[in-house]
Design a protein around this ligand. Sequence first.
Ligand code: IYR
Length: 230
Amino acid sequence: MESKKSLIIKGHKHIAFETEVFSEEELLKKSDRFYHLLNSRRSIREFSDKNVPKEVIENLIKTAATAPSGAHKQPWVFCAISSAELKTQIREAAEAEEKKSYESRMSDRWKKDLEPMATDMYKPFLEIAPWLIIVFKKAYELGENGEKNNNYYVNESVGIAAGMLISAIHNAGLVTLTHTPSPMNFLAKILNRPANERAFLLLPVGYPELPTYVPDLKRKELDEIAVFYE
Ligand code: IYR
């Protein structure tokens, strides 16, 4: 019997989901290949100023925006910045916050935990990387009469989209860093964002400045992170 291409459920059109069905052997190969691809990702702090075409950034953002979201509200906005003036403003504001964080806001334990990453309050990558992508979450949408309609599972939705963005950046052959200067409200101000948008994550995107070195970190073993109930 030929299956329908679409049908109506509760008054809304549903379309047949089309996908390939893979053998177990292919599943194993594909899942293993993707794991190895993502396992080679590292957070990079030294960027080259080599240009990355805008079209690449557009593809990365389109990929991130395929993420699932609460009630499909897509509560995200991705601001992609290549303007040197804006990057300088962002670096200056971020470093001012980081200075306060490193000098007084972060606990000694926190700073000790960060020692292996060799971070400090200086963030030159904010000016050097060809692009900064700032992910904003939309806490609510403005209705036609100015009423605030809250979105659903905003942090989960935007967190998933950010993870997919990071994976897309890595897959393209570029590098990034999840940078979260805290507090981040200076970003909404500099970029003139509306009141319903809150900065969620800042990702510099570009080529790495080679050679660059990353901490010799180990990922947890599978038996430390997975529990199977069979
Ligand atoms: N936001 C600071 C500090 C920092 C905090 C954590 I947790 C990190 O994993 C890395 C850095 C900074 O960007 O330096």
